[in-house]
Structure formats: structure tokens, C-alpha cells
Design a protein around this ligand. Structure first.
Ligand code: FAD
Length: 299
């Protein structure tokens, strides 16, 4: 199913339940054997989550500069064989990539029956030997995909502003450009305070951006992981949220429980405020997302 159909169907339905989507990533592994093992574990996690509530859309991350493109490709093909999700949305990054490579990859996705793609810039890897400059920003990739294919395109949005942007206003101007070039749904970076998301929606509306905005939620499962992810993405959680996860840093189980509670409270409030979709950064684990879905009574 195409993204626009998925999200418009929701808008027009009587109960207006948000579209539930999840993000997974190709497991990191030292060799093919380890990758196969971790891939099977990931599929077990997906099967467990599907028993609670099958997400309408699953997105699969992609390494900047095509660093793990073969692994992403394998996961996508295997998922299409094993599961019948309404929509599968590979992420795709353009930094350091050549147009020709991108065109070939898009053609391969098309042959699998993929209809949607999340078009991203990606972050330039520090250790890269050759970095092509065919694309500068995600908007260039959106334009390229639109000119070559009929994929439905999603783009990334940042409720706290992108880490490299001078201001959120400037970042929204660039987001608007991505939408005008063909982005039909915005998936946001995770955030921990819904007020930031609502303020973002207001700014988007003020700037004439009318596409559905899907809220990114991260149920935290480890304190070190939380610190790493907020640093990488430039997210600045409130002291309340920082203290919450700091308090449980020595207990994995308590951290998971706090993460579930935090994400459940956020999800519940977002649903009551009519959010189009909830996108869970699962970190390849079913439990926390499944618990949040149970808590918010969507299953
Ligand atoms: P862009 O939209 O190009 O924006 C990047 C920066 O450039 C922003 O600061 C923007 O304001 C600025 N900018 C944009 N256009 C212009 C212009 N014309 N002139 C000047 N400045 C401009 N990364 C991965 O490597 N793989 C993934 O699978 C992945 N998945 C993601 C999924 C989501 C939902 C999100 C939110 C992020 C994801 N990322 C992923 C991270 C993303 O690649 C990085 O945040 C990257 O730095 C920016 O990507 P973008 O597509 O938002 O870039």
C-alpha cells in the first residue's frame, strides 16, 4: 500500500486510530553466520510483536553511503517472503552516493514490489575513502527519485530542529522544500516531550506544510544507548526525562519499564490530540513497543 493511501485512510476512518509503524535496522555482525543468526532473532521479535498488533508499516534503516546496502536488501527480501505487512518502507540515504548506483538500487526495490521509500541525506561516514557529490541534501534525492520512479516518498523531520541547522525556522524552510519536491509524509526524529511536537506542528502549519506528520517514539531500553542516541541526534531532553533514566541506570529491567511508561504516556497523549501516526524506534526488540501498544489499548 502506498503511504498516502495508508495515512489518508486513517484520516477518513470513523475512529481515527493512528497508523502504527515501526523501524528496524539490519543487525550488525562480524560475518555472514552471525548476521544470519541475528536476522532470525530479529524475525522472531517481529513475529512476537505481530501477535500483539501487526504494524501497518515497517521501515528498514540504510547505512549512510550505502555502507550496509546488501544487508538492508537481504532483510527487505526476506521480510517480503515471511510477513504480509501492508507497507514496507526502506530508508535510503544519498550522501557520498553516485546517481547511477542509486538508480540501480531503486530499480531493484521496484522489482520486489516496494512502493514507498524514506529519502534521507544520511551522515557522511568519517572513514570513507571516496565520497561522490552527486547529491547535497535529501531534497536532491527526493527530486531524483520523483523524476525516475513512481515511489511514494517520505522525508525526515526534526521537532527540535536538525542538529546541523542554524534554527528550527531554517530547518522547516528546508523541510518544506523536500515536501514541495515530492515528500508526501514526514516521519519525525524521536522526542520525549510532546509539547515540542505540538509546537512543531504549529510551525509547519504556519509555513504551509500540510502533509501528515508521523511522531517518532523511542521506548528507551538502556541508559548508555539513550545517552548515545541523544548525543548523535542533538536531542535535548528535559531534566525530568534525563533524571528519570539516570535514576535507573544500574538496572536494565527498571530502565526498560521506565522507557515503556514514558513512551506510553507520550503515545496516549498524542492519540488524544489526533496524531496521524506513531512510529516506534524498536531497536530491533519487540517487548517495549508491544507493551506500549497494550497500554494504549490499540490491540
Ligand atoms: P536534509 O533534509 O538534507 O537536511 C540536513 C541538514 O541540511 C539540515 O540541517 C537541513 O536544515 C539542512 N538543509 C537542507 N537543505 C538545505 C539547503 N538547500 N541549503 C542549506 N541547508 C540545507 N540516517 C541514516 O544514515 N540511515 C537511516 O536509515 C536513517 N533513518 C532516519 C529516519 C528518520 C525518521 C530520521 C528523522 C533520521 C534518520 N537518519 C538516518 C538520520 C539522517 O540521515 C540524519 O539526521 C542526516 O543528518 C539528515 O538527513 P535528512 O534527510 O534530514 O537531511
Amino acid at each position: 500500500m502506498k503511504l498516502s493511501e495508508l495515512y489518508t485512510k486513517n484520516l477518513n476512518s470513523a475512529d481515527k486510530k493512528p497508523v502504527i509503524s515501526i523501524e528496524i535496522f539490519p543487525p550488525k555482525a562480524v560475518d555472514d553466520n552471525e548476521f544470519s543468526l541475528k536476522k532470525e532473532q530479529l524475525f522472531c521479535e517481529l513475529a512476537a510483536l505481530n501477535k500483539i498488533l501487526k504494524p501497518s508499516l515497517v521501515s528498514i534503516t540504510y547505512g549512510a553511503a550505502g555502507s550496509n546496502s546488501e544487508k538492508s536488501d537481504e532483510i527487505i527480501r526476506n521480510m517480503l517472503e515471511k510477513f504480509d505487512y501492508s507497507a514496507i518502507m526502506p530508508h535510503f540515504t544519498c550522501v557520498c552516493s553516485k546517481k547511477r548506483f542509486i538508480e540501480e538500487y531503486l530499480n531493484a526495490l521496484k522489482t520486489y514490489g516496494i512502493e514507498n521509500i524514506l529519502a534521507l541525506k544520511g551522515d557522511e561516514p568519517e572513514d570513507i575513502k571516496v565520497c561522490y557529490r552527486d547529491f547535497h541534501y535529501a531534497s536532491d534525492l527526493v527530486e531524483f527519485i520523483k523524476s525516475k520512479t513512481d515511489f511514494e516518498i517520505a522525508v525526515a523531520g526534526y521537532p527540535e530542529g536538525h542538529i546541523a541547522a542554524n534554527s528550527i525556522e531554517e530547518d522547516i524552510k528546508h523541510l518544506k522544500n523536500k515536501v514541495q519536491k515530492g515528500g508526501s509524509v514526514i516521519f519525525t526524529q524521536f522526542f520525549f516531550e510532546n509539547d515540542k511536537f505540538y509546537r512543531y506542528l504549529e510551525l509547519l502549519e504556519k509555513n504551509g506544510v500540510k502533509t501528515p506528520v508521523v511522531a517518532g517514539l523511542l521506548p528507551v531500553i538502556s541508559y548508555q544507548g539513550f545517552l548515545k542516541m541523544i548525543k548523535l541526534s542533538g536531542i535535548k531532553p528535559s531534566s525530568k526525562v534525563l533524571n528519570l533514566f539516570e535514576k535507573y541506570q544500574d538496572s536494565k529491567e527498571d530502565t526498560i519499564k521506565a522507557g515503556i511508561e514514558q513512551a506510553s504516556i507520550q503515545a496516549d497523549d498524542l492519540i488524544r490530540n489526533g496524531v496521524s501516526g506513531l512510529h516506534f524506534y524498536t531497536l530491533n526488540k519487540a517487548r517495549s513497543t508491544a507493551e506500549v501498544l497494550k497500554n494504549i489499548c490499540l490491540c
